[in-house]
Design a protein around this ligand. Sequence first.
Ligand code: 26W
Length: 824
Amino acid sequence: AWLKHQVNGFKDKDGFEENVVRHVETTLARSMFNCDEHAAYSACALAFRDRLILEWNRTQQRQTFADSKRLYYLSLEFLMGRALDNAMLNIGQKDVAKAGLAELGFRIEDIIEQEHDAALGNGGLGRLAACFLDSLASLNLPAWGYGLRYRYGIFKQEIIDGYQVEVPDYWLDFNPWEFPRHDVTVDIQFYGHVNRTQGESGKTTAHWEGGEMVRAVAFDVPIPGYATTTTNNLRLWSSKAASGEFDFQKFNSGDYESSVADQQRAETISAVLYPNDNLDRGKELRLKQQYFWVAASLYDIVRRFKKAKRAWSEFPEQVAIQLNDTHPTLAIVELQRILVDLEGLEWDDAWNIVVNTFGYTNHTVLPEALEKWSVGLFQHLLPRHLQIIYDINLFFLQTVERAFPNDRELLARVSIIEESQPKMVRMAFLAIVGSHKVNGVAELHSDLIKTTIFKDFVSIFGPDKFTNVTNGITPRRWLHQANPRLSDLIATKVGSYDFLKDLTKLNKIELSVNDKQFRKEWAEIKLANKVRLAKHIQESAGVTVNPTSLFDVQVKRIHEYKRQQLNIFGVIHRYLTLKAMSPEERKKQLPRVSIFGGKAAPGYWMAKQIIHLINSVGVVVNNDADIGDLLKVVFLEDYNVSKAEIITPASDISEHISTAGTEASGTSNMKFVLNGGLIIGTCDGANIEITREIGENNIFLFGNLAEDVEDLRHAHTYGSHTIDPDLAKVFATIEQGVFGSTQDFSGMITAVRDHGDFYLVSDDFHSYIETQALVDEAYRDQEEWITKCITSVSRMGFFSSDRCINEYAEGIWNIEPLHVERDA
Ligand code: 26W
């Protein structure tokens, strides 16, 4: 059955080698004698790309012929990581490549290492989009991703003297995975003004005129499904000057420089990914990026729909568009504009189509992350869109008024236009009004949006419009690719690799939980993964760690709500406790390595202080002869997808310790447990469902609950606020200068002690320390620990992104898989 759905790959290793050699000699114009590892990677990638593009073509033909409903996933971020390993595994030819490369004198691991990560995303939201693409293709669902082809993805992080330094990530030098489509272009309008004309019927039509044009050029990235021929498409738009805009007049009259400047200004739109995660800065260029990408994508989608010559009313039966957070919300307005202004539909008919087409996923409740754009900026950049937003709002408020007469406060609360100084467009409200379904990304989060930020909309639209789809991760990349030995071991117990297609099959390994040989191999694999990470730590951070220590990992974007400060304060407490012990007592302690990683937004001062403190603590602790192996503190530079593939399988315990109610879901929590690590966490996001699935004996939960957060914050502000005594000692130590400059870390301390402790660091400190002690105790009993790990993995089936995508497909998109049979 597997073979039937296999990509038409290389016949054997000789066939593969032939292709590689041909690419080295022709595409790369080098000789095999002069082929280094990077050239070998390039040729290998090109050889696989050739196979993929043939399947890509067939998939597109099949989908066009079937003429069934398609999903378009609009995301400003796709955090793809590397493509080669994933392509080889998904089409089932890694062994062929390994043998072929060996004959050519290369180790496949070294070749895979040559690839630059495609890092077109910040964190959770971007990586989720990438997992979704893998699942959509693997489930044979007709779907396209649409995004921006940034010239610079997320910055590269360097740690210099303990501080984060940002370096641009120029990754497009050579990217074999994209196909430029110079024939697929759309000219996108900005600025200008609106004119109205009256037709014979008396109907007025709006015309958006003047302004300037920027050209969008499509770049296609093939997305291979696992063990299927389906190869979907990710279309990324790149900006350049529209031909009329590159001023040949200027050029010819010798004003060469300014004509080049125009060109560069157009290219600026897709130049750089905004490095803020969960913070809206309201920059004009960001709004330009959003419209540029949304308008090009919609033009493309509408063009494809029109080819089939159906009635407009059938649009929502052919097209589903999912908005990955509010970043693409303008798509709602743009489709309404196309239908009313350009296609001449009546407002209500058009609006019906729009609402039935869109779904909106919310990924955060943090108020500072909710997008708002000033009315003035809109008026300037997109004058017609602003008018349409005002009309959408007017009709919406009229229906609210009819249902809730005389509730003026309600109208003000739910208005898409915030009547502030200056007036603002609330994008989340627009997204809700313009979609037929709104979903959160974990149960608690979906409940919270219904009872807090979107409460009024639940009364207006009814509860059915709001739903939950708990996030998931692709087991292909996050188990099979990142942890091949564990995947192989699991396969021996499941009887096949079917669990990679249906992750609930993992439950079969629970039958082997007492199998001695199985447990032994399990432990060996974890240790080997830790040895590999220890080597990486040595090479990148220069710290020697003992792989038999407990590896404690917190890797994610640095943010106060994620509470890396709680973790490092806890580490300092551990250090003080160890220092206070007699040498005999110390010998009884369990060695631990605290591993941190993650980027801070360049303008996020507090997050940068946290990084600096972690590094400063590391310098002191790692060089303290009293401590030795008992405690090491490591900050891993430049955390990204490919580093996550090394770190995740090597963790014993990972930290998911956000203030309850702030982390919408988290997805790395799922990755760590799937790789046989346990977690310490708060009752937040998907931690709660992970607990439900794996059992509360297999997770270390601590801290206050989401329902109590508001009262605690209130008490900090209006009552007396006493700091936990152990935490106070930690603060005193920092303030004595034990970790260097006291001034540098004062902001972290005062935030907790003097400024209301918004993230409840002190409130949760004691519970955190106690729970960490339980972790130590549990780890001492290795047999019991391994039982917990195996049991947990066996119960993680629910967290596959395949399950998650199936829920979207049935509950929101109403799309079906397209069956593929290869005619050999
Ligand atoms: C406008 C600035 C901005 C940029 C990015 C605001 C918000 C974002 C993202 C929505 C932040 C984000 O990545 N959220 C994360 O989404 C993941 C996938 O659903 C969740 O697992 C994380 O809990 C959530 O923080």
